[in-house]
Write a protein that binds this ligand. Structure first.
Ligand SMILES: [Zn+2]
Length: 156
């Protein structure tokens, strides 16, 4: 029995270590709700308009030479997902948004994935996400995200 428990412990530890940074990033995101500067975009159209705002921003256009992803309906109506690849929406990629909409930080999170398509949720991603939060929300939210990163042990 002792052996089995040890094996169970090892496999649980392995799973935790594998998914670590992703779940921490999600926790850091969730803890932004209620912070001054976080807004809720209450349907897909408003989420899409927010994405337009990001891609029309002069600073953004100057720094990031990527094409605007296509906003699509989230098939499971669960949470936002990004699909990236040369064969996705003519190379633009997609951001799927549920019918109920999303927070502005979720759009910025997905845009960071499109800028850093190989970053998953590692440092390459978390740094970029923070830069977008700093520019498109305010210093208050950026400070909060940084403190959430530290609180949940996110590498950035
Ligand atoms: Zn993500």
């Amino acid at each position: 029995m002792k052996v089995y428990l040890t094996l169970l412990f090892l496999s649980l530890f392995g799973i935790t270590a594998y998914g670590n940074q992703t779940s921490k990033v999600y926790e850091a995101d969730a803890a932004l709700v209620g912070v001054n500067g976080i807004i809720y975009l209450d349907n897909r159209e408003n989420a899409s308009k927010y994405l337009d705002k990001v891609f029309n921003d002069a600073w953004f256009k100057q720094n990031f030479k990527i094409r605007k992803p296509v906003v699509v309906k989230e098939p499971k109506d669960y949470k936002l997902t990004s699909t990236i690849g040369s064969n996705v929406a003519n190379g633009r990629g997609t951001i799927s948004v549920p019918d109920r909409g999303c927070y502005n930080f979720s759009i910025l999170h997905e845009v960071a994935h499109h800028i850093r398509p190989n970053g998953k949720h590692e440092r390459e991603f978390t740094k970029m996400y923070l830069i977008l939060i700093e520019h498109f929300t305010n210093q208050n939210v950026a400070k909060e995200l940084k403190s959430n990163y530290k609180r949940f042990g996110v590498e950035f």
